[in-house]
Design a protein around this ligand. Structure first.
Ligand SMILES: C[S@@+](CC[C@H](N)C(=O)[O-])C[C@H]1O[C@@H](n2cnc3c(N)ncnc32)[C@H](O)[C@@H]1O
Length: 180
């Protein structure tokens, strides 16, 4: 059980109310992949991006991995037999196959833009595990394969609240870390 189990039922409404434009993200991913068809989405969540990618080109062969059962149930319902969905942790996955492209969209690894600076971030608790995850991802890529990360803008208080329906409001809180 992790925090995504708790938010799974609200996830789609939140993300589809303007947080991401999945159709647009699928288009840029498609252009970056340059014909690479066999893909692994790490942290596939409820399958929103995989679905848009398949709508663009049904010949994509997508496997999605995620460690949150409640998110995966939704991904399975959404994608049906158009994609393969497996439960697992990216840190320890051993899928016994290689992919032309691996991508993370809001998933276990990404890039955060803060002002003019770009930072690699990971959901893993420490540097050692992040390096282990990146090595594991590399192990699942074919020679010449591509690892693609989305760039996330910094969330600020100025983003304001987002009404996602049913009386639910999403608000982002800027965390200020103080160092003494
Ligand atoms: C913000 S959601 C993104 C979902 C989807 N990619 C999207 O664009 O909507 C992050 C997902 O990453 C999954 N996740 C986080 N850390 C993970 C890990 N170490 N292994 C597998 N899945 C992980 C969570 O369970 C969650 O479903």
């Amino acid at each position: 059980m992790n925090k995504y189990d708790d938010i799974a039922e609200y996830y789609d409404a939140t993300m589809k109310s303007g947080y991401y434009d999945y159709a647009k993200e699928a288009q840029s991913l498609d252009s970056i992949l340059k014909g690479r068809k066999k893909l692994l989405e790490i942290g596939v969540g409820t399958g929103l991006l995989a679905e848009k990618l398949l709508e663009l080109d049904p010949s994509y062969e997508i496997t999605g991995i995620d460690f949150t059962p409640a998110m995966l149930d939704r991904a399975k319902a959404r994608l049906g037999n158009r994609a393969k969905v497996v439960e697992g942790n990216v840190l320890s996955m051993d899928l016994q196959e290689s992919f032309d492209g691996i991508y993370s969209h809001g998933g276990p690894a990404g890039v955060c833009r803060v002002g003019n600076n770009y930072h690699l971030y990971s959901f893993l608790p420490n540097f050692e595990d992040t390096v282990k995850m990146l090595n594991n991802i590399a192990r699942h890529l074919v020679d010449g394969g591509l690892f693609v990360l989305n760039i996330q803008s910094e969330e600020t208080d100025a983003d304001g609240d987002q009404d996602i329906g049913n009386g639910i409001v999403y608000c982002s809180i800027k965390l200020i870390q103080s160092v003494t």
